[in-house]
Design a protein around this ligand. Structure first.
Ligand SMILES: [Zn+2]
Length: 301
């Protein structure tokens, strides 16, 4: 077996879902901790594949591409769930193997990528070096809130959520029965939240709406962590954000930002409250953004 096949086998986690009334299956790949345990998916229908996100680095995107080639059906679209690079950066790798296919997302997510793509490269390229894709491909087919696409006979229903975990998020459900939902990073599963974008209050509002909207959906597929039943995951995400905000408020004590020592205390508190959650590096990274957001809320109250 070649090196590349080895890499694929190690990373490939096949998750199959065959609702009785609709014929599709979902393949899930998860990157290593180095590239943030990000999930990307291939939705397989009778004649084709659709990718959900494309990873951050070349080697991860190549594993996704190789899985598509192994399934031996054409990749006909890529759907980008939100504008963080661990979800869109591998587009060019997929497009090399499947040229000309549309990259589907909302206008808000496309704007987010366009406005942040250069800054993300400045931050991360030194760390990932040659594994950072040289070419950036932005979404080129827009969907709007409430719109539906049919891809290889399967319905994709899109919902534009606006700012939540990132500056612009969305989800989509599959099929006539909306039996599964892909939410990007609006909901994590046993992974510390990425709080850096500073919309935690709005994120909570969106999650409360999703509790109702996704009540009938059977399975939720997240950007980080294992798939599971929506209501349990959404309620855990609400608890996490409330806890994070409470801890930051308690540590701020009237000051504008958390000191280095206070950020360490924040990490200690959050790892104590959520002991089995992965990616604890996210805890301190989001502290300044949430502190700024909370100061704004307090001064406008
Ligand atoms: Zn992510």
């Amino acid at each position: 077996m070649s090196q590349q096949e080895n890499h694929l086998v190690e990373k490939a986690l096949l998750y199959s879902c065959y609702p009785q009334d609709e014929s599709f299956s979902i393949h899930m790949l998860t990157s290593s901790e180095r590239s943030f345990l990000t999930n990307a998916y291939l939705i397989e229908t009778e004649n084709a594949l659709v990718a959900v996100d494309s990873f951050m680095i070349v080697s991860d995107a190549m594993a996704l591409r190789d899985l598509a080639l192994k399934i031996c059906k054409p990749l006909i679209s890529i759907i980008i769930t939100h504008g963080h690079p661990d979800h869109y950066n591998g587009n060019s790798v997929l497009l090399e193997a499947f040229p000309g296919i549309p990259v589907i997302s909302t206008q808000g997510i496309t704007d987010c990528i366009r406005d942040s793509v250069d800054a993300k490269e400045v931050k991360w390229k030194p760390y990932f070096a040659e594994d950072w894709p040289a070419q950036k491909v932005l979404p080129n087919q827009m969907v709007t809130d409430g719109s539906t696409l049919i891809l290889d006979g399967l319905l994709y229903h899109f919902r534009d959520l606006g700012a939540a975990e990132s500056t612009s998020d969305m989800y989509f459900t599959l099929g006539k029965k909306h039996s599964v939902v892909f939410v990007g990073d609006v909901v994590f599963n046993r992974v510390h939240g990425f709080m850096n974008d500073g919309h935690s209050a709005r994120w909570l509002t969106v999650l409360r709406e999703l509790t109702q909207e996704l009540a009938q959906v059977g399975q939720l597929f997240t950007g980080h962590g294992q798939p599971d039943q929506p209501s349990a995951l959404i309620s855990a995400q609400i608890d996490y954000i409330n806890a994070y905000r409470s801890q930051v408020v308690a540590l701020l004590e009237g000051t504008a930002q958390l000191s280095v020592e206070q950020k360490i205390k924040l990490e200690e508190a959050m790892t104590r409250l959520f002991p089995d959650y992965q990616l604890s590096a996210f805890i301190q990274a989001g502290a300044d953004s949430v502190a700024t957001e909370l100061q704004g809320e307090l001064s406008s109250a």
